[in-house]
Every structure is written in C-alpha cells, then in structure tokens.
Design a protein around this ligand. Structure first.
Ligand code: AMP
Ligand code: GLY
Length: 422
C-alpha cells in the first residue's frame, strides 16, 4: 500500500514510524516531511497547505490512503479534496474540522449540547468587548476565534491587560482575520489533561491520556510554546474521571457533531481541565497533538493503519485499539531562543543506536548532514514500565544528541511524578 502523510513535524514522524510497522505498507510519501523524516519516508517538496498540488501528487502516484495531520490543511478542506478524487483519508472534512478552526463554533456547540466548558461571551465589536471587561471578573481569558499558530489565547491577570489583549486582536489584528471575532471566557483552574481519541463519527475510542508542558522554561515559566515535552499516561486522569469524560464530554461531542450534520472522523483531541467542579473542555483540536503523539503512539500496541482505516469506513466499534500498560516520556530538544528568535543551520549528531527513539521536527538535510532548521528540533521518547524510568531514559538519550544552541526543559514529567505519588 502507498500511503501519503501531509505535514512535516515531530508528530508526523511519529505517525510515519508507527505506520511503517504494518507490513502491507510499501511506500510512504511525506508532504513536505523534513530532513529527519527522510530516513523513514519519501519527502516531497509540496507544502502542507498546497491542497491542489497535494491532490495532484496523490492521484499521479496512485496513493491508496492519505493521512492529513496538521490543522491548517484539515480546516482548508484537504480531506474533502482528496476524497473527491476517490482517495480515502484519515482526518475530518472541513465542515467538522471547524471544531478547531473556530473557537466560537466550538463554544456555541458546547453550550447548545450542555458539554461542560468555561462560561463565555462572544464579541465582534471591540467597544462592546471593552465595556464588558469593565465589570468582568479577573483573571480572564481572551481567545481569537480562528487558528493563530497556537498563540491566540491570552490569560489576562488584570482588566487593563485584558483590554490590551482585546485591542491587539481586534484593532491591531495581530492574528489577522482570526481576531475579527473573539471569545472572552471564565478562567478555570486545575490540572490539564490531553486526551486524543479515534472516532468514526459514531464510536469514540480515547487513546492513553497525556500531559503536555507548554511553557518554555522549567517550573512552567516563560512563554507559551508548541510544547516542550510530554508524558503518558497522565496521573491525574483516573478511571473515574475517564468514565465521567466519556459520558459528559466525549460521546456528547461526537453526537453533537453528527446532529449538526458535521460528522467528525479522524482524531479528535480533547484539551481538558480537571476543575473543582468536574472535567471541562478547554479546547478541541481536529488532529493529533504535537508532542502528545510522540508519547501516545509509541504505547499503541494495535496496528495504527487498521485503526485509521476503521475511522474512515465506520467500523471502529469492531476494531481493536489497545495500549501498552507502560509509561512514556518525550523530551523536546529546541533551538535556544525558541519560541521567539533563534539561530539555525547547526549540524546535529544523533548516535545510531537511539534513532528509533527520535522524532525529528525542525531539521533539514544540507550536504548530506542533518542540520537544525526550526525552533523545536526533535523529540526523544523513552518507554518504561514506570514513569521515573521513562523520564530517566528519555533524558539519558537526549544527553547523547549534540547540536549547537541546544535547549531543553529539565523537568519534563516532574509534576506527573509528584502527582503519581499522592
Ligand atoms: P490553547 O492555545 O487553546 O491550547 O490554550 C493555551 C493554554 O491556555 C491552555 O493549555 C490552558 O493552559 C490555558 N487556558 C485556555 N483556556 C483557559 C481557561 N478558560 N482557563 C484557564 N486557562 C485556560
Ligand atoms: N500540544 C498541543 C497541541 O498539539 O495543540
């Protein structure tokens, strides 16, 4: 089988490595892939948002199945366009990907179907938003409606900060059209949990839970990033909470999307906060998380391609989805300065014996040498029968990887370890 994977980060590398475990897979094309993915797939220089070219390539190469991994092409309709040409896909169509593409859509869906989430107001008029903030409780959370490269959420500690955030989104348009509409919502507290799920639109099967580390610095300090590391499972996500989430959040969301004529197939990511008043949805993503995928998929025992195809065919209820009873930790090695300015082009050395544990995100091939080309350069994942061992092994392997200006957090998994002890 010939498989096409749209995207080119660490998440896509993890998906590709897992797909390769199926002996029926003969060829994988990554569009565009990256310098490290090139060791596991044929990388083709077509951008992940270039839908006409993606479709043309898939048709001309006789691709049997396509996996669209990033949010942008999903929201732009890559799955719709590929399906029109008869190519089955993993991922939601555009009318379902809107669950991530528009925060206003997601919030209104949750309100209509009584799915627990933070209380909120939507504004299209800046003056009205500023007036509302005169009396709103603080801290408060301001969110741009559309995709904003993971940066469209501002937690304002004071009313003044909140007003500045509204002005930057609605007047200065720092997130472009994404700021035409904004959501102002209640600030929630509690541990965060990421739950990725497989769904065919009827059945929803949660994957093993995970914990992201979004801030750049140790002790959850510094700027928000795409994610500096992950562990799975998340110790806060107990069996009782999992059952509650299934009944109050996962199934109601899948049913709501179907009832709206927007059946969701693919991976639906639930970003949850376990508040004192129960689990609530912080955000939905229409795709696998990055770097959650780099800890979740290494723990998947069942065949990934079979599960993906079941979401397309609507046979997920009859398909085995089994996870190993073990722990995983992924440490991201980044370029110093990320998520703002950083230098790139530095040679990377990875000892041969650990390559199977390395997911490459931002690296390119230059004169036969792997060099840094992005903020998050790579992730190193270890699996162990206990969390402590997974953390220790991930850091021990990360130590052996060298490149100039290399930066990582030193406390990935520390909070999970602490929580697991209580
Ligand atoms: P996002 O970019 O949607 O992933 O949001 C970034 C982060 O903002 C989340 O991971 C949460 O830590 C935080 N956040 C978002 N919404 C809320 C909320 N209503 N209350 C508290 N924190 C929030
Ligand atoms: N790691 C968070 C995300 O993928 O959105």
């Amino acid at each position: 089988m010939k498989i096409l994977v749209v995207g080119g980060g660490g998440r896509e590398h993890a998906i590709i490595k897992k797909l390769k475990e199926n002996p029926q897979v003969t060829e994988i094309f990554a569009l565009p892939g990256n310098g490290g993915i090139a060791a596991d797939a044929v990388c083709v220089n077509i951008g992940a948002k270039d839908i006409p070219q993606i479709v043309e390539f898939a048709v001309s190469r006789g691709v049997d199945y396509a996996v669209v991994a990033p949010d942008d092409p999903l929201v732009l309709g890559a799955v719709d366009a590929l399906e029109e040409k008869g190519i089955p896909c993993f991922g939601p169509r555009a009318n379902a990907a809107i669950i991530e593409g528009s925060k206003v859509f997601a919030k209104d869906l949750m309100k209509k179907y009584h799915i627990p989430t933070a209380r909120y107001e939507v504004f299209t008029d800046m003056e009205a938003a500023l007036r509302y903030l005169d009396t709103a409780p603080v801290p408060t959370v301001i969110k741009a409606d559309g995709l904003a490269l993971g940066k469209g959420v501002i937690i304002a500690q004071t009313r003044q900060e909140a007003k500045e955030a509204v002005q930057s989104m609605m007047q200065d348009k720092v997130f472009g059209k994404s700021g035409d509409q904004i959501v102002i919502e209640e600030f929630l507290t509690g541990p965060e949990v990421s739950v990725l799920s497989f769904t065919d639109g009827e059945t929803v099967v949660p994957m093993i839970s995970s914990m992201d580390h979004k801030r750049a610095g140790d002790g959850d300090t510094g700027l928000n990033t795409g994610g500096m590391g992950t562990v799975a499972p998340n110790p806060y996500y107990t069996a009782d909470i999992a059952q509650r989430c299934m009944e109050e959040i996962f199934l109601p969301t899948i049913r709501a999307m179907k009832a709206e004529g927007r059946t969701f197939r693919g991976c639906l990511y639930f970003g949850l906060m376990l508040t004192p008043n129960g689990p609530k949805v912080i955000e939905y993503n229409c795709r696998f998380g990055d770097p959650e995928t780099q800890v979740v998929l290494p723990l998947l025992e069942s065949d990934l391609l079979t599960i993906m195809q079941a979401t397309t065919k609507g046979t997920l209820a009859q398909t085995e989805v089994k996870f190993q009873d073990a722990h995983a930790c992924c440490v991201i090695l980044a370029s110093k300065g990320y998520p703002t300015a950083y230098e790139k082009g530095y040679p990377i050395s990875i000892p041969g014996e650990i390559t199977s544990h390395v997911y490459v995100a931002g690296a390119a091939q230059k004169d036969g040498q792997l060099v840094t080309s992005g903020g998050r350069v790579l992730g190193v994942t270890a699996v162990s029968d206990n969390l402590k061992g997974a953390i220790r092994e991930a850091y021990a392997m990360a130590e052996t990887i060298r490149f100039e200006n290399r930066y990582c957090r030193h406390d990935i998994g520390a909070r999970a370890l602490e929580a697991g002890r209580n």
